[in-house]
Ligand binder design. Structure first.
Ligand SMILES: Cc1cc2nc3c(=O)[nH]c(=O)nc-3n(C[C@H](O)[C@H](O)[C@H](O)COP(=O)(O)O)c2cc1C
Length: 366
């Protein structure tokens, strides 16, 4: 690790990022919808869950690798899609993907990335040599099918191995921090490169993306017909929707409230996970994001039914604090903490994590 910063946990990365970022951009990354209740709840709900470790199990040192939708990841921790990395660091998504490739974890490329998906894949290949990059592509499904099709084909030909379809965005959540800062337009030198040339325009303007209440299960069906890539539905919170996701052929769900950036006062994702895991009943994998900041948080999510978790803001903090090395250190810290937490729980692999290792708030005993 070459990053010359004395940062010992993700919280310290958050502070380092705050110190380095333009305050308006910091507000964009840190902020959430309205009163930001859900932003805070995502983190505090993890803290309110206890771990109840087992002892004297003679366990092997942990092996953290997991397989997800045909993709191996060095640990059950992925990168969630976050837009506009160039606002955090001039090397933007290129720095992020090099760190992901070094750590052998899956990076979800945002549809609104500031480097084109093909270029991101090429950069990953530069680190990995012949090995296939571990890239997934996030999509806001568009009412315009040809727009969606063009993006899906682009992601597929670039070598992305799953589509993460964000379904919690019938409209944009209201971020009062951005309103206060009058931050509604990207600086002129920053473009959403995946949108260039789409719909006859090459403006690359973020405003070409439609967030529409008209998007429905029919669009997921059309997407299914468009691609053979596994489809992950991102933003599932209601158990009825988790069942519909399975019935409509989703390959996985990502339990997410968009990091508290869409509808404020939705439950913390970790609090909602058990009911969603019951609804899915093991038929498809479950991923979770929102407030994951510690290795112990990963153990809690896996104990309550997730197969893996994803990091949103912490990746941006790493990028802002130290570019590629900053992101690499964030991932290293998560890996170290997860290894340590598993060892202290008496568990050797993510699959061995069981429900009885956690105590929910108000639960008398495990
Ligand atoms: C700055 C920022 C940009 C984001 N951009 C997107 C996006 O373009 N598409 C998307 O599906 N989710 C986006 N998200 C949501 C993340 O994928 C993820 O759900 C959330 O950040 C997880 O919570 P965490 O930040 O507490 O880890 C964004 C989140 C942040 C903080």
């Amino acid at each position: 690790m070459t990053l010359d910063l004395p940062l010992f946990n993700l919280r310290e990365f958050e502070q380092a990022a705050r110190d380095r970022l333009d305050p308006v951009h910091h507000d964009y990354f840190a902020g959430g919808a309205q009163d930001e209740h859900t932003v805070r709840a995502n983190e505090s709900a993890f803290a309110a869950i206890n771990l109840v470790p087992r002892i004297l199990r003679g366990a092997q040192p942990p092996a953290l690798e997991v397989g997800l939708l045909g993709c191996q990841s060095a640990m059950p921790v992925l990168m969630a899609p976050t837009a506009f990395h160039r606002l955090a660091h001039p090397e933007a998504e290129l720095a992020t993907v090099r760190a992901a490739a070094r750590a052998e974890v899956i990076m979800t490329v945002a549809m609104l990335s500031t480097v084109a998906v093909e270029r991101i894949a090429e950069e990953a290949r530069g680190v990995l040599g012949d090995a296939d990059p571990k890239l997934w592509f996030q999509l806001y499904p568009q009412p315009d099918q040809e727009f969606t099709r063009a993006l899906v084909q682009r992601a597929e030909s670039a070598g992305c191995r799953a589509l993460v379809v964000t379904v919690d965005s019938a409209a944009l959540g209201r971020h009062e921090r951005n309103d206060r800062n009058d931050f509604h337009q990207l600086p002129e030198d920053i473009q959403c490169e995946n949108l260039r040339g789409l719909g006859g325009s090459d403006s690359g303007n973020v405003r070409r993306v439609t967030l529409s209440p008209e998007v429905s299960w029919r669009h997921i069906e059309l997407l299914r017909e468009m691609t053979r890539l596994p489809i992950v539905l991102k933003g599932v919170l209601h158990p009825a929707d988790a069942r519909l996701a399975v019935d409509n052929g989703a390959d996985a769900i990502l339990v997410s409230n968009h990091g508290g950036r869409q509808l404020d006062t939705t439950p913390a994702t970790i609090a909602q996970l058990p009911v969603l895991a019951d609804a899915v009943g093991g038929r498809i994998p479950i991923l979770l994001d929102g407030g994951v900041r510690r290795g112990t948080d990963v153990v809690k999510a896996l104990a309550l039914g997730a197969d893996a978790v994803a990091l949103g803001r912490p990746i941006v903090w790493g990028l802002a604090a130290g570019g590629e090395d900053g992101v690499a250190k964030v991932l290293d810290l998560m890996r170290f903490e997860l290894d340590n937490a598993l060892t202290l729980c008496g568990v050797s692999t993510p699959k061995e994590i069981t429900r009885d290792l956690v105590l929910l708030p108000g639960q008398a005993s495990c």
